[in-house]
Structures are given as C-alpha cells and as structure tokens.
Design a protein around this ligand. Structure first.
Ligand code: XUL
Length: 525
C-alpha cells in the first residue's frame, strides 16, 4: 500500500506524519515532532524566534529549518517503514516568512555532498542570514508606502486578498531592500518558508502555491499570478527574484539524489508545499463552504473555505487561495499560545490548574475583562503591546485566566463576522484544542457545537493528504476532495461540546462591551 509523507515546519517545531492510504484503507503509520528551541539549542531561538531587543522584530534561521528537515528525514528513514512504498511527499510551513538566496544556491543544492549535512551547503548560499517571520510587526512604513503606490488599501485588498499587513512578505521584502540594498542586490531568489523547504527536497528552486502566495500582498488572487503594480511598489527587480506560482496540486519534482544517498530514501514525488493555514483547511476537512475551524497554536486562527473571494471590507481578515483551487477566509491573532503560556507561567501553574481555573470561575467572569495584547497584535492591529484590565486584580490567577480565554474567544468571534458564515459547528485544532475547558468557552461564546479533530496536527495531516491528492492527480485520476479527506478528518462525535444557552446569552451581552473597550483602547493609541 502506498505511503504519503506530510511535513509541517511551524513557528516552533517540525512535524512529520506518514499515511498509508489506498481506497478505503487509511491509517497513520508514523508521527514525529522536533522542537526548534529544545532540539536545536545552538540557534538560541525562544519559541522559534531569534531574540531581538526590539519587540517588533521577529526573525528565525533558515539553517535551523534546514537542519531540522535533515534530522526529520533521518527519523523517517529509520522509522521501520517500508519506504520503497513512499509515493509522494508534501509539506506546509508557517506563512509569510521569507528566505533570501544568492545566485549560487541552485548549484549548491544540486551538487550537495550527501555525507555533509545540508545546512552546511545552504549557509554560503544565503544572501540574508535570517528570515523575517509572521510575528514581525516592524514594517508599518513599508505597508503605507506600498498601499499608496498601488492606489490605496481597498484596491490592494481587492487584488491580493488583503490590505497591507506588517508580517506579509511584500512589506518585509521592501524593508530589506531599503535597509540592506547591497544584500538585496546580491539576492537572486526570494522564497517563502514553504517553497524554500520544497526547494531543499527537490534540489532546485521550487514554485510557490497560491495558498501561500496570497500571504505576500504581491499576488493577483483571481489570476494566481504576480501582480505587477504591487511588485513595482515593493522593490526594483522583484519579479526576476520570485519563483513562479503553480497550483497547489502540482508535482514539482522528485526527492533529490542528495536525500536518496544521504538517508536511503526513494525518488518519491514532491507535491507543491503550501502555508500551514491552507494545509490545515484540508486537514480539518473543510472542503465545503459554511464550516469553520479554529486553530489554537502559536497563532490563533479562524478559517473556512470560500467559493468566491469575498474580500473583507473592514480590512481585518484575509482571503487566501485554498489548496482545492478555490479560496479561504482567514483571521489571525498573534496572541495565541504565547499569551496563554505567559499567563500560566506568570502564576506558575500547570495546564491542569489552568483548566481548573476556567472550570471554577463563572462564564462572563462577573464582568471582569482584559484585552489580551501581551505581544504586538495582528487583529486588531496593535503595534505597541500592553494588556488592559477592567475590574480585574492582576494577582487573581483564576479570574485572569478566564479573562484571557474569554477575550481570545470573543475576539475570534467578533473579527470573523466579515466571512459571513453563520457558525453552527467549529472544528477545533492546534495544541490548545486538547484543552476542553477552553473549548467550553469557545462553544458558549460562539453558540456553536465544537468538535475536536482526531489528528492533533491538522496542518501536517493536510500536507500528507495533499501529497496523496497530488500523486493521484498526476497519474490522471480524478479524486474528489471529499474522497481525499474521508476517514481522517470527520469530527469525532464523542468530543462534541454543545453550547450552554445561558452562558451564550451572557456572552451576547458582553460582546458589545468588549467591542467598545477594544475600540476605546485603539483610539487612545
Ligand atoms: C497566517 C499567520 C500565522 C502563521 C503561523 O496569516 O500569520 O497563522 O501562518 O504559522
């Protein structure tokens, strides 16, 4: 039976899932994860980010991602699987991050000696040592410049799916061009994290897929092509430095001889990589309109499939390409796991105690509230972070925990209304979705049934399922997306959490108060 490998290079870790899949026989036969901070301490990252005195700057290391890929492929190779059956590999990565390569990069990959780790070959080919990632909020000036040059935020959003956002790749490229013009001039190719890692697998430059390409402020969303006005507004000579855009289902090459010799892996097909959110859309089974998923990982995101690109008039959310060839709506919050960890660690509690705090405090928290901006926030835009408390004693652990979780859920509900989905069912995923006390607040705030997904890392599962889809499609089979996701992604009925009507009524009353406090705080910035 064929095997399919999915990889997910997220902010803090690299995960692999191998699926055994033929007709109705489907199961996960291998799963493994590496933590960037713990398993690669030599890079000095904290939560996957290189330390910087400026809270607006967030970069990571392309060499760290390369080394992690090497270690993970060795694990897969020695995982007791019959790898002669490995048919295809795909992957996904944290979105928006960019990797800058000099002219010799392709030759370095093609000629890499299998007895040396790949990061040693990649190091001299980098034209920028670090990669800015999605947690970076240092490009407000560049966002304004690009917006003005293309003719305004509304047009930029209509064309590319989003107004300018600090973390998006275009503004990041512009900042690099302005601050390090010589290094920009020495850059031959700019990759997303996803297309960079795909390039490492095929041993030459990989294309970008529309799912991840739409997180750059550079792609014409309707045409899935680079949009010239925004390329020109971003940096000179950019079009020659970007990979082509190819559909998410494309087979972009085979696993390069380097990996075959280094780890004894077969020449498996490589299917285009995508962003973690588009991949998670597949891994949560959202291949039909009208369903949403909430992913609670380093970022908290809410997303769902869209047949038509209904761009957000409020400028809050994004429309990305979906791996199905359609579209997806998405709203992103940077104060996800790191904020939950910050509060838990601040009170020196375990996750069990964190959950107990939620269980022992009343829905609505007796009106005590906070605005959860521990770090710079994406939704709404908060560049200078700071938590605002209302009637809340900062030393009251249970009340602060409830206030944080309620604020996160109210923000998710409030800022996803633009997607126009009447949310009745939520598929919950990401690390924090294991916590049923958090999901109880989610169900009550949204007034929706919440289900846990069977497989924890739905982005990685989505990558493995996309490997299957791309492989079958390349052989001329027409496989429906319903068929692709069947058997892995159905919400587990026994995990269902139904909303409590009384608690939901409390949150409906609190919602306008939360909105007003948010608006007041933003007006004062
Ligand atoms: C999406 C975003 C985050 C990252 C996290 O727009 O910024 O969800 O993809 O990995």
């Amino acid at each position: 039976m064929p095997l399919y490998l999915g990889l997910d290079s997220s902010t803090q870790s690299l995960t692999a899932i191998v699926l055994e899949l033929e007709d109705d026989r489907r199961k996960i036969v291998f799963q493994s994860s590496l933590s960037f901070d713990k398993d690669f301490p030599q890079y000095g990252t904290r939560h996957g980010v290189l330390p910087d005195a400026d809270p607006a700057i967030a970069c990571s290391s392309p060499l760290l991602w390369t080394e992690a890929l090497d270690v993970m492929l060795a694990r897969v190779a020695h995982g007791g699987l019959n790898l002669s059956r490995l048919a295809a590999i795909s992957g996904c990565a944290q979105q928006h991050g960019s990797v800058y390569l000099a002219a010799g990069a392709e030759a370095a990959l093609a000629g890499a000696a299998p007895d040396r780790p790949l990061h040693e070959h990649v190091a001299p080919a980098l034209s920028r040592r670090v990669a800015p990632i999605w947690l970076d909020s240092s490009t407000s000036a560049e966002c304004a410049e690009i917006t003005d040059a293309v003719g305004g935020a509304e047009l930029l959003a209509r064309k590319t799916g989003s107004r300018a956002f600090e973390r998006f790749t275009g503004p990041q490229i512009r900042k690099f061009f302005k601050q390090e013009p010589t290094a920009y001039a020495a850059t031959d190719r700019i990759h997303l994290v996803s297309s960079f890692l795909a390039s490492l697998l095929i041993g030459r430059h990989a294309p970008i897929d529309p799912g991840d390409g739409s997180g750059m402020n550079l792609m014409d969303l309707g045409a899935s092509e680079w949009w010239t006005p925004s390329l020109e507004a971003t940096a000179p000579g950019l079009s020659a430095r970007l990979p082509p855009i190819r559909p998410s289902r494309s087979v972009i090459g085979t696993l390069s001889p380097y990996w075959q010799r280094r780890h004894g892996l077969p020449a498996a097909r490589i299917v285009s990589w995508s962003g973690d959110n588009p991949s998670s859309l597949i891994g949560t089974g959202l291949v039909r309109e009208g369903m949403v998923a909430i992913s609670m990982g380093t970022s908290d995101t809410i997303f769902g499939l869209m047949r038509e690109p209904r761009v957000d008039a409020t400028g809050t959310g994004h429309v990305f390409g979906s791996p199905t060839g359609e579209y997806m709506g998405l709203t992103v919050f940077s104060n996800g796991s790191l904020a939950r960890e910050r509060v838990r660690d601040g009170f020196a509690l375990s996750w069990a105690e964190f959950s107990r705090a939620l269980e022992t405090t009343p829905p609505g928290n007796d009106g005590r509230m906070l605005l959860p901006w521990f770090e710079p926030e994406i939704t709404p835009t908060v560049i200078d972070p700071g938590v605002r408390r209302f009637g809340l004693d900062p030393s009251d652990a249970p009340a602060n925990i409830r206030a944080l979780v309620e604020a996160q859920q109210m923000a998710l509900a409030r800022h996803s209304r633009w997607m126009g989905v009447d949310v009745k069912t939520i598929h919950a995923t990401g690390g924090a979705a294991a916590n049923r006390a958090i999901l109880r607040v989610m169900a009550d705030v949204f007034g929706a049934d919440v289900f846990q997904c069977e497989v924890g890392n739905t982005a990685c599962l989505g990558a493995a399922l996309r490997a299957f889809h791309g492989d079958r499609t390349a052989d001329g089979e027409s496989v429906s997306w319903d068929d692709v996701v069947r058997g892995f992604v159905e919400p587990v009925a026994s995990t269902r959490i139904e909303p409590d009507p009384r608690s939901h009524a409390i949150y409906r009353e609190l919602m306008p108060i939360y909105a007003a406090r948010e608006a007041e705080a933003l007006a004062r910035m």
